[in-house]
Write a protein that binds this ligand. Structure first.
Ligand code: SAH
Length: 220
């Protein structure tokens, strides 16, 4: 019964979602496709307890196991930086609640998503397909990428890294983009790195974000 209520997409939820789309538009998100995805996905279904108001605030929120569902603006911002087209192969590091993976799936990407925490991995693996999203789920250390399915058109890291892991650049196609927050354990700059050629990467930087730490061999 609880679950039925949770997945119900009420008139009120749709209204709150429209306001959220307005808010992140005002904050600078311009991609129609990204805004449509945020406007469509029932974010409240990703929360353990149903607080509609919290689900549609532009804020990160705890999802258990000390982890968070990213702020909608941040999800939209990172997704825009990927510049993805339908059919592209995208690797996400840090599955978490699965919300970002849902946004990428809505945009038509073929999504590979890696989660380090086994409980979170199992929970999201069971949950996300119920909403109709079916990325390929992996449990493991995403700081090493996911070599068995490389190369990727885009890689998005949704945890804060101390440096850019080499493996992620290696696993990008030429012309591919890596979006990754890099900094200390509290604050990170968002980097958008484009692999121009085998040995050449261009870089754009945006401040200031706050992610949970990327763990693992090339993390903290
Ligand atoms: N994309 C998520 C937000 C993730 S929060 C969402 O949309 O909800 C960051 C996640 O990264 C956490 O679940 C954390 O367990 C995971 N993580 C941390 N280090 C990791 C690593 N080395 N490989 C894969 N996942 C990692």
């Amino acid at each position: 019964m609880q679950d039925m209520e949770k997945f119900e997409d009420s008139y009120r939820a749709r209204g709150l979602r429209r306001l959220l789309v307005k808010e992140i538009t005002a904050k600078g998100i311009t991609s129609k496709e990204v805004l449509n995805a945020i406007g469509k996905i029932p974010r409240h279904a990703f929360f353990d307890s149903v607080f509609l108001e919290h689900a549609y605030e532009d804020k990160a929120f705890p999802i258990g196991e000390g982890q968070t569902i990213s702020q909608p603006f941040t999800v939209a911002f990172q997704t825009e930086l990927l510049q993805l087209s339908p059919g592209q192969k995208i690797l996400e590091i840090g599955t978490g609640s699965g919300y970002q993976a849902a946004v990428l799936s809505e945009l038509g990407a073929e999504v590979f998503t890696v989660e380090y925490n086994k409980k979170i991995y199992q929970k999201t693996l069971m949950f996300l397909p119920k909403l109709g999203y079916n990325p390929f789920f992996f449990h493991g250390d995403g700081s090493l990428g996911l070599p068995q399915h490389a190369p990727y058109d885009g890689i998005i890291v949704t945890a804060g890294a101390p440096t850019v892991p080499n493996a992620l650049i290696t696993q990008l196609k030429i012309g591919g983009i890596l979006v990754i927050p890099v900094g200390n354990e509290k604050h990170q700059k968002m980097l958008s790195l484009k692999k121009i050629s085998e040995n050449n990467v261009s870089k754009k930087e945006f401040s200031q974000f706050s992610f949970v730490p990327l763990l693992g061999k090339d993390g903290w």
